[in-house]
Design a protein around this ligand. Structure first.
Ligand code: PLP
Length: 407
């Protein structure tokens, strides 16, 4: 009989958000009068901005006429979008990225998950802890993670704790990993690394021959000067890093789906014989074989984000979320909670009170305050003792949630 990929059977079931949903459902069924405020799942709540909506309508009209109809597009993305990306996201910030180094896709989840296709199974991996679970789970699926240990860690993955003790700044690995995932601004902690700290990681990777997979999905939330928007702001990063970007949180594209990945031509790894091999053509080959391009409509929508009004409208939306995050930080600290994040990020990472576990505090938040958070332990062992709240809500609900906590 045919065999399945055993690596998938090693994965524990994805329990975090389904368990959150189960507990919320049970509570609201038992207490239909409770007005529950959901600050758990990291999905945007504000609609697409008018510049994008207009562009989408125009693109639909294009598809209605033979002369302007678009079928399959280039797998790596349309030139009209890639040229905007290169100009607005990089060149205007003094960063050199070429058009053939940009690969448009249906989002950063796919790309951070799929990138492992072009990397040897023998690579050792390091992740920050807590972490966006996709990095770990996709390495389990690829057979790179080893075995799940009783402490919740995988035997072949090095976990770099980010806790209050180290100010949520990961220490350098000790196990000589080949591939390191960093996500800044971070999900779930909402914290950032300074230019100097990121330089330390680029230097580490250059010295040790490691690949840095840099997830910049929350780049648009950065407001402080000393926080790089791109890993390529750091000298030497082009030789060691791949950058992932997403329009999901930047522009509310979580539903319509679009992102891109930058693979610089200088970036090289070694094959089994020890020869240097460039990653850019490998990723191109992977994408052209397994991906048929993001839709014309979505790419026209994203192109509109780079217009003057598109940029202003998107900034207003992000400012709205950041204002919620500021309300949360203030409200939480007035209510006696310790928290980080929420300055360059829609996420606030909160220490559970009185030594409660993440799930105990989830239940207390739901039952006593009718607020839904996400238990930090779901993001990795070092997330225990924390919960995550998100600013993706209305200002009214955010203010209401904080005033409940203060009572
Ligand atoms: N990377 C991080 C760190 C995320 O938190 C998310 C979504 O929550 C993604 C990537 C996924 O982005 P996309 O919607 O572009 O697939």
């Amino acid at each position: 009989m045919f065999k399945v990929n055993d690596n998938f059977t090693k994965l524990p079931s994805s329990y975090l958000f389904s368990e959150v949903a189960r507990r919320v459902r049970a509570y609201t069924e038992a207490h239909p009068e409770a007005e529950v405020i959901r600050m758990g799942i990291g999905d945007v709540t504000r609609p697409l901005c008018p510049a994008v909506i207009d562009a989408l309508h125009r693109a639909v009209d294009d598809e209605a006429r033979g002369e302007t109809f678009h079928g399959y597009g280039p797998e790596q993305g349309y030139g009209f979008l890639i040229s905007k990306i290169v100009e607005y996201d990089y060149r205007r910030h003094g960063i050199n990225v070429a058009e053939d180094e940009v690969f448009v896709s249906d989002g950063a989840k796919s790309d951070t998950g799929n990138i492992g296709d072009i990397l040897s199974r023998a690579n050792r991996i390091a992740v920050t802890d807590p972490v966006y679970p996709v990095y770990v789970d996709t390495n389990v699926m690829a057979g790179r993670a080893g075995e799940l240990q009783p402490d919740g860690r995988w035997s072949n993955i090095e976990y770099l704790p980010c806790t209050a003790e180290n100010g949520f700044v990961p220490l350098f690995p000790t196990g000589e990993p080949d591939v390191i995932y960093l996500c800044y601004p971070n999900n779930p902690t909402g914290t950032t690394l300074t230019r100097n700290e990121l330089k330390g990681w680029v230097d580490y990777c250059r010295k040790h021959g490691s690949l840095l997979l840099f997830d910049a999905a929350y780049e648009a939330f950065i407001r402080e000067d000393d926080v790089p928007h791109s890993i390529y702001e750091i000298e030497g990063a082009r030789e060691v890093s791949i950058e992932f970007r997403s329009y999901s949180k930047t522009a509310g594209f979580t539903g319509i789906r679009l992102g891109y990945t930058v693979v610089p031509k200088e970036l090289k790894g070694r094959d089994a014989e020890g020869n240097l091999v460039a990653l850019n053509p490998l990723w191109r080959r992977r994408q052209t074989t397994k991906f048929n391009g993001a839709s014309y409509l979505t790419q026209r929508g994203a192109e509109a984000l780079y217009s003057e009004e598109g940029q202003r409208q998107v900034r207003e939306t992000i400012d709205y979320y950041l204002a919620n995050a500021a309300v949360m930080r203030k409200g939480l600290s007035e209510a006696g909670y310790e928290c980080v994040g929420g300055v360059n990020s829609p996420y606030v990472w909160v220490k559970t009170p009185k030594g409660m576990t993440s799930w105990e505090s989830f239940d207390r938040l739901l039952e006593d305050y009718h607020i839904v958070g996400t238990p930090g332990s779901g993001f990795g062992p070092s997330g225990e003792g924390y919960f995550r709240l998100t600013a993706f809500n209305t200002l009214e609900n955010t203010v209401k949630a904080m005033s409940r906590l203060k009572k």
